[in-house]
Design a protein around this ligand. Structure first.
Ligand SMILES: [Zn+2]
Length: 91
């Protein structure tokens, strides 16, 4: 479980996500399947808010060691876009 505080913490992961360009499928709001198109490996990323703090978790080995992986970076960007769209519709 990674706490998402500042974007700076995710910088390296965001850069890697931009290079790898994984495919992101939305399972439901807050749950995403990230696929590395080159290797076919898939990971599930969960984004959630608890007590006003944002957390993300991923099923890969790096995330198990509390490292911000590019799967989380990619899914968080999709999640934020989805959240913004939901907020915009919620008038
Ligand atoms: Zn991961």
């Amino acid at each position: 479980m990674i706490q998402l505080t500042t974007a700076a913490k995710l910088d390296n992961a965001i850069n890697k996500a931009r290079t790898v360009k994984p495919r992101i499928a939305i399972n439901k709001f807050g749950s995403y399947t990230v696929t590395n198109k080159a290797t076919g490996a898939t990971y599930t990323v969960t984004c959630e808010k608890r007590d006003g703090k944002r957390f993300a978790s991923c099923t890969c080995v790096a995330a198990e060691r509390d490292k911000a992986c590019y799967h989380v970076a990619a899914a968080v960007s999709a999640h934020m876009q989805l959240a913004a769209e939901r907020a915009a519709l919620n008038f």
